[in-house]
Design a binder for this molecule. Structure first.
Ligand code: WT7
Length: 629
């Protein structure tokens, strides 16, 4: 099933379109199933309802752990590189990981967590994060990992939406030079949550924290008193494996639901093929497990394939901008999977941080999260890959579960800044604003997918209608990605960015409406409008236009106060980069904000604002232009 040449890719692709069920059945057969499926696929994109491997029973941890015990028990599963370069890295073999997962799964059971219960995980990038995720999967509990940078309010919103009964966290976290509180943030969140019965706290920083009797328990203490054997719960292929919250163009973040069987098959298949993983290679994905990239390409994909996954606790610029390269050299990393924002940031520090490190172990490079610009692509290819490593630009989303459009490393001819071609099983199409398919090459439009794939979203937690509205209603019968895309003369795809009110800041997806709601909570703010603008390092920055009750006496201080409110409500990733105070917003007579104008001004393109005649008050545009930051 593994693709090794471009001809094999073409054959596999053709088969996956002519006989999708046969294609995926062959892939799925390579996994351990407790009971075989009765039907490969049942679907319609109207309800929508998508079921893969119907009636099949399995547990993803038997595939990620148990099945490797026969021949890879002493093989490293996870290599953990701590925040401080001088601290000792930790290697966890498959057999050790298996034991630690089983023990922790028994701790979850001891506190009453059962199949189907939701567990919130709020941890730094420590091995316990991967262990907690796998322990939930072991017993059939649904994990909802919340990225460590989110605020107490965001944690509370996610816990309440999913009705989590347990939270797993740590006392604190090390991130570069900073020590970040975790448990106290969870404590603040839990004041607003009534469903949580127990909290397990892992010790990382030994920061003083409050431990409530009857609710809070130390991880290290608990694992001492439980059995090291924990049978894997039998899961239906369509039982929920996890929820992961992501932002959209409206409302609060939604819980994207992934299920056990299809997600497993897709994460593992894409991992081994896209990266052309060879046994023994060390795979370093620099994402946080709090995002889908970490779920699929630090935890599930690599472990299901028996690979060695490197987990890094810190940040790329600590203690200096050479940290990634030092890690590559120290651990002889073969595959490096990172984000354009990290590349651009490291580029800006100069080559002196690269040149003293031996990067000859690298065999493959990958990029994910946002469009990669030509300069960053070339820099990575030449200076990190020494023109010797394939560099793949992988396009996908939280909702897709795994990589969708990408070169297969060393197999698909590359084209800088292009995600190139769809993987087998993925049938993309471009549509115009009316939903008509745009055929042929050398065209651009909105990117949709017309046929299901095993890793796709099944629902949005607790609100199926929202799933339908968001993804399956804009263009009936199609899954709509929210991305704009061009297909060049060779049929290669290049994703150009979101076409909805979602912005991508350093590869993190943020809804403009969410940021506006947070800004509007600030005392003295009447209204706001948020847009993205091109940012050299982050890809997009956050530009906020704010109407205040009174002209601020100290605008600089007011900006800082607003930023603190946004950090409190959402988290530091949503903090506006620029705040412009305005007396009004460009609204049409029907009251709709003309975001096009705000985007242009934020981009610094004030000469081509287009037609403003439908505005209620066209003079506001001049004021906004004159005050542009
Ligand atoms: C959005 C999804 C999938 C893991 C990380 C982000 C943008 C992602 C690329 C790429 C251009 C990309 C899209 C997409 N995006 N990868 N290679 N080229 N754009 O997951 O937070 O769900 O965000 O990120 O706009 O819709 P996410």
């Amino acid at each position: 099933m593994n693709i090794t040449t471009f001809e094999e890719y073409q054959t596999a692709y053709a088969q996956s379109v002519s006989d999708p069920e046969g294609f995926w059945a062959e892939v799925a057969q390579q996994f351990v199933w407790k009971k075989p499926w009765k039907k490969v696929l049942e679907w319609n994109f109207t309800e929508p309802s998508v079921k893969w491997f119907v009636g099949g029973k399995m547990n993803i941890t038997e595939n990620a752990l148990d099945r490797h015990l026969a021949d890879k028990a002493d093989h490293p599963a996870i290599i953990w590189e701590p925040n401080e370069p001088d601290d000792q890295p930790v290697t966890i073999t498959y057999s050790m990981l298996h034991t630690r997962v089983c023990r922790f799964a028994n701790v979850l059971k001891k506190y009453g967590v059962k199949k189907g219960d939701r567990v919130c995980i709020y941890l730094p990038m420590v091995p316990e994060l991967a262990i907690a995720v796998l322990a939930c999967a072991r017993i059939g509990a649904v994990h909802s990992v919340v990225f460590g940078g989110f605020s107490a309010q965001s944690i509370a919103d996610r816990i309440n939406d999913a009705g989590c009964t347990m939270v797993i966290t740590s006392d604190g976290a090390y991130r570069g030079a900073k020590v970040i509180p975790m448990k106290s943030t969870v404590d603040d969140a839990l004041e607003k949550c009534s469903t949580v019965k127990n909290v397990i706290v892992m010790t990382r920083t030994r920061t003083p924290i409050s431990m409530l009797k009857g609710r809070d328990h130390w991880w290290e203490e608990e694992v001492k008193h439980v059995d090291a054997i924990c049978p894997a719960e039998e899961m239906d292929a369509e039982d929920t494996l996890f929820i992961l919250y992501t932002s959209g163009s409206t409302g609060k973040p939604k819980g994207v639901v992934h299920t056990c069987g299809g997600y497993m098959v897709y994460a593992a298949y894409t991992f081994s093929n896209v990266f052309q993983y060879q046994p023994g290679e060390i795979h370093f994905c620099t994402a946080d497990i709090g995002w889908i990239t970490g779920h699929s390409y630090i935890v599930y994909g690599p472990l299901c394939e028996g690979a060695t996954s490197l987990m890094f606790e810190g940040v790329p610029t600590y203690p200096d901008a050479g940290r990634f390269w030092e890690i590559v050299e120290k651990h002889k990393v073969n595959i490096l999977y990172t984000a354009p924002t990290a590349i651009r940031s490291l580029m800006s520090f100069g080559l002196q941080y690269v040149k003293d490190h031996d990067l000859s172990s690298l065999t493959k490079l990958g990029s994910v999260g946002e469009p990669i610009n030509e300069e960053a692509w070339q820099w990575m290819k030449h200076n990190i890959g020494k023109n010797n490593c394939p560099l793949i630009d992988t396009w996908w989303q939280t909702e897709t579960g795994g990589i969708m459009i990408t070169p297969i490393a060393g197999v698909t001819p590359e084209k800088p800044t292009y995600a190139t071609l769809p993987l087998p099983g993925i049938q993309p199409l471009l549509v115009d604003e009316h939903g008509n398919e745009i055929e042929g090459n050398g065209v651009s439009g909105n990117l949709c997918i017309k046929f299901p794939w095993p890793g796709m979203i099944r629902t949005t937690y607790g609100d199926h209608e929202r799933c339908k509205q968001t993804y399956f209603s804009t263009y009936p019968g199609l899954y709509f990605t929210g991305d704009g895309c061009l297909r060049d003369e060779d049929g290669y795809y290049r994703i150009t960015g979101r076409v909805d009110d979602v912005i991508n800041v350093s590869g993190h997806r943020i809804g403009t409406a969410e940021v506006e709601n947070a800004i509007n909570m600030h005392l003295g703010v009447v209204e706001s409008a948020v847009v993205g603008y091109p940012h050299d390092i982050k890809g997009q920055g956050i530009y906020a236009y704010v109407i205040t009750e009174h002209k601020p006496d100290d605008p600089e201080m007011f900006r800082k106060d607003i930023a603190v409110t946004v950090t409190r409500v959402i988290g530091p990733i949503a903090r506006p980069d620029k705040i412009q105070f305005v007396s009004g917003l460009p609204k049409t007579r029907s009251g709709k904000i003309m975001r096009r104008i705000l985007r242009k001004v934020a981009e610094g393109e004030t000469s081509s604002l287009g037609d403003t005649s439908t505005l209620l008050d066209p003079t506001i545009v001049d004021e906004i232009k004159d005050g542009a930051l």
